[in-house]
Design a protein around this ligand. Sequence first.
Ligand code: GLU
Ligand code: ZN
Length: 276
Amino acid sequence: MVVTRFAPSPNGMLHLGHAYSAIIAHDLAQERDGRFLLRIEDIDGARSRPELADEFRCDLEWLGLEWEEVPAQSTRLESYTAAARQLQDAGLLYPCTCTRSEIAALEPRTGPEGLVYPGTCKGKSVDESKPAALRLDVEKAMSSVGEIVWEDEIAGTAVADPRPFGDIVLVRKKEPASYHLAATLDDAADGVTLVTRGSDLFSATHIHRVLQELLELPVPKWHHHRLLLDESGEKLAKRRDSASLADRRKAGEDGRKLADSLRSGNLPAGISLSEY
Ligand code: GLU
Ligand code: ZN
């Protein structure tokens, strides 16, 4: 059975792009007699605003969607710690005490998520009085997994190569996991078979696929959909935004009608769809 999910982070209101994403995940499950899950990704303690999760539920209901909610990330911290320990025992993680500005000062190359960590702390003993993140030794990880692929319903088969990201953080200084580790573990724990999300996270899948291999998790398929763009061709963002779904809802707009127009590609003025 197909299981899809919508996994918003409660660090800002949902906008039209989220509605589009949730509708796609919902409809893909419904068309195939599957299940559609909602997971609140509230692992980022500093930015999470718990009260937003209720707004999200109201938004989805307003759009006419039905879902099953699975536990929020903040309730699953032990599972992240256990997985990190497994990777650490396999010698695949190393502690890093570098700060963002220390890394920037080294003028490293830029990758899919910004500056690529140049591996300063790798193979060194770090100052234990400083807070440390745990980074994946990506070269070592790749030599242990060999060549692996993943299937996207739209883009086809891709060879997993997370090396452009460099040695990414899997355990943050103040949180027991980064997005990559938490989302990969949760999708497995929730039995997600079709990971549905925007194409802005396409490259992150290279990392997730490798983590699945290292942690012996089941391998889903992916469906990376196109993004909604604003007038200037930028993807919609929580910070810079026009009307949030909650604003539209509270102003009395008909959410089901909005959902149907997004489904039919009849987008509101000024909004367009990205290329694949
Ligand atoms: N929590 C992520 C976000 O709101 C989405 C993660 C995912 O779909 O994998 O951007
Ligand atoms: Zn470091």
